[in-house]
Write a protein of this length. Sequence first.
Length: 248
Amino acid sequence: MSKFIIFDTETTGFYEEDRIIEVGAMIIDDNDVQILDELCSTDVPIKMEATLIHKISQEMIKDKCKFTQTKFYKRLLELNNEQNYLIAHNMPFDLGMLEKEGFVNKFRIIDTLRVAKHLLVEGKSIALPYLRYSLKLYEEEEKEALKYGVVMKEHTAIGDVLVTKLLFSKLQILTKEKFPNENAIEKMLEFTKTPILQKNFKYGKYKGKKISDIYNNDIEYINWLKNNIELDMDIKYTFDTLEKKKKS
């Protein structure tokens, strides 16, 4: 029987040098659910902008074990095979944090953020707090928190894991509704790996402008983005598609 690990991390910051200081997870094995909620220490100082979000201070982690000694990491290594599923909202960030600790992934990956991009194309946002309200996930939170003994607090790893679990279930339902003849989990795996054409810029000096217009009128800016910004798969795919059209 496949196991599903839904997890989230809180970190010292959002840059290359930053590391994990909190991890929350729900490991689902049929009807059994294991809850893990752990702080851990690191030699990297916590940046103030990160503390303002997750409220974790240097004092809170000074006597904690390193991430690789946590129950979560040991369990992660035990279950790391192609039969099991690793689930997160914005997987590249959290998986990237695991890889900094030496983790080499063998799980099948489902990113609820990417699945939401495919299914909720008219949505204004795919951020977890937005989806929590737009999909009315909050209506189930209290019951789920009581069921699993989770204390719900904003911007905590285990709190976000519980919301992600509810989101994962909701996305399964939506996938089944839109693709009734396909296996929902397999379709979500496909969504996770499939890029989407983007119409407008969502950031930068051309925020809200059509990408195709900027590609035709300011190729220097496009080239600057390619050379200086770590672009997500959708923007890369959009740029590549426009380049192919230009050459054809």
